[in-house]
Design a binder for this molecule. Structure first.
Ligand SMILES: Cc1cc2nc3c(=O)[nH]c(=O)nc-3n(C[C@H](O)[C@H](O)[C@H](O)COP(=O)(O)OP(=O)(O)OC[C@H]3O[C@@H](n4cnc5c(N)ncnc54)[C@H](O)[C@@H]3O)c2cc1C
Length: 488
């Protein structure tokens, strides 16, 4: 029997697993997908928010401000790519300037450090070169960018190293509580038991809560689509540029232009309520709106700079049309002791994840003593980027292992050794997207046109994959039904 069962292995579930793995506890994480960053945690803006959007006193405000500091510490320890860029919120009209002052007041009250209002186009241009015609901005030095999927992976792999069991492709479909023990059943029929149960299922949190017996929550999936721009533009953009938040959809931060730590730039997200919580479609109409909205903020990109689109789904606790503020729910349910519900963990859920983990830990600590582990390992080893090594070091490595001398992904200059290490990841996640998230293959201009067949060949020849084994991403995203001809 496990002491703690965490359902959902996204950034929130994995942060909780990492935090709790410091203690002498038997912990399990159940994740329905073949990897941990396939939900919202791998499909977002990757911004460490400062905390000026959220109502003073709310959990969102408190946990975002706490999370902003804590996530930066964790990122350093876990060696996750990160840049302390700062961010600007730009105003094009006097009415928007008034909103900037209101946001600064909210931020100051929430304890956000260093917020500054800057007036005049020339001064805005000095802080963030290239902002298209803004008359004022608010500069937030505490905002930063990072790799959200690598953070989620690093948290999960470190938790695993500290004894947490990860069950991938394991959708929990049945929960019963008998004699103080939660009895879980997966879609495949496997059975598990735990004393504490944590609902970290993101956009499925209301549905999972109902499964456990609490039917008082609703989640309304709200899709955010993005355009991804070629990394050649990356050096032109110093920091994320955000508009004054839109009043259209409650809490929507608006279409923004955000650099990523790897170089490409994202434009988005949109905000559109949808029925299916996993409908990741990109639509021509929204792409057009993103192009226009993005251009207003940063007129430096052309249609031909767009290399792909993607989308993420917000776990909104309010229906379309409702513009009221709704807070995160983090609660041990009174009627089901030891069941901790996390509902509506939308933005700033990533930033807040370490603080959410702290709250969950304290909820458990209220009822039992948590004994620190004798030996906690703060970070699992991170894959070394061959391209970032010094020349002599590169030559030494190639001599030792010829797999370093073979470039598999030409756009991102990823070697065969890095691909093999990504395939051999400790979680055992083997889809092409899992390899992509860890090694950065298939992420360049050609989006896998050159390297995907080579990765497939490595999987087939060196890992014994059969054509029917190849999955691109989510369960069921099969690539082939068989082979047309044999190797030479
Ligand atoms: C477009 C967009 C932009 C965003 N930008 C930012 C940002 O810049 N900064 C920020 O701080 N936040 C941002 N957010 C919010 C942030 O991404 C989320 O709050 C955070 O990722 C939520 O993490 P999670 O672990 O709760 O959810 P998820 O990552 O969705 O994880 C939940 C997991 O539960 C699994 N699951 C569900 N049901 C079951 C089941 N029955 N059994 C087993 N597993 C199950 C799912 O497969 C999934 O992996 C953004 C969100 C979106 C959508």
């Amino acid at each position: 029997m496990f002491d703690v069962g965490i359902v959902g292995g996204g950034a929130v579930g994995s942060s909780i697993a990492y935090e709790l793995s410091r203690f002498d506890l038997k912990i399990a994480v159940f994740e329905k997908e073949p990897d941990v960053c396939f939900g919202a945690s791998g499909r977002n803006s990757g911004v460490v928010h400062a905390g000026f959007y959220y109502r003073p006193g709310s959990l969102k405000a408190k946990l975002c401000v706490e999370g902003n500091k804590k996530i930066k510490e964790w990122i350093k320890i876990l060696k996750v790519p990160f840049k302390p860029t700062g961010k600007v919120l730009v105003a094009f009209e006097e009415d928007e300037v008034k909103e900037l002052y209101k946001l600064k007041e909210t931020g100051d009250t929430n304890g956000v450090e260093g917020l500054e209002i800057i007036r005049g186009s020339d001064n805005v241009e000095k802080i963030c070169p290239g902002v298209g015609g803004a008359i004022a901005c608010m500069y937030s030095p505490a905002t930063a960018i990072f790799s959200p999927y690598l953070l989620t992976i690093a948290l999960a792999e470190t938790a695993l190293l500290n004894g947490v069991k990860y069950f991938l492709n394991c959708k929990i479909v049945e929960v019963r509580k008998e004699n103080g023990v939660f009895k879980l059943k997966s879609q495949k029929g496997d059975k598990y038991e735990c004393r504490w149960l944590i609902n970290a299922t993101g956009v499925f949190s209301a549905e999972f809560s109902k499964l456990v017996g609490i039917d008082s929550y609703r989640i309304y999936p709200c899709r955010g689509e993005y355009l991804l721009l070629d990394k050649t533009l990356g050096p032109l953009l110093k920091m994320p540029i955000y508009p004054v938040p839109s009043k259209e959809v409650g809490g929507h931060l608006g279409v923004h232009i955000t650099p990523t730590v790897e170089g490409p730039i994202t434009v988005g997200p949109s905000a559109e309520y949808i029925e299916d919580p996993e409908d990741y479609e990109s639509t021509p109409e929204v792409m057009e709106k993103l192009f226009e909205g993005g251009h207003k903020l940063w007129p430096y990109f052309k249609r031909s700079d767009v290399i792909r689109t993607f989308s993420g789904i917000r776990a909104k606790p309010v229906p379309p049309g409702d513009k009221t503020f709704h807070d995160f729910v983090i609660k041990e349910e009174e009627s089901i002791p030891n069941f901790i519900n996390l509902i509506g963990i939308e933005s700033p859920g990533l930033t807040s994840a370490p603080a959410i983990a702290r709250v969950v830990k304290e909820m458990i600590e209220k009822k039992e003593t948590l004994l620190p582990k004798e030996k906690f390992i703060p970070s699992a080893p991170r894959l070394e980027k061959f391209e970032e090594l010094r020349e002599e070091e590169k030559q030494r490595k190639v001599k030792e292992d010829p797999a370093y001398g073979e470039i598999i992904c030409r756009c991102e200059k990823i070697t065969k050794r890095e691909i093999i290490e990504a395939i051999e990841n400790p979680l055992g996640a083997k889809t092409l997207a899992s390899i992509k998230y860890r090694a950065r293959s298939m992420m360049g201009r050609c989006q896998g046109g050159y390297c995907m067949p080579k990765i497939i060949e490595i999987l087939e020849r060196e890992f014994g994959y059969k054509p029917e084994d190849f999955q691109l991403h989510k369960e069921g995203s099969w690539l082939f039904s068989g082979r047309m001809r044999k190797y030479d």
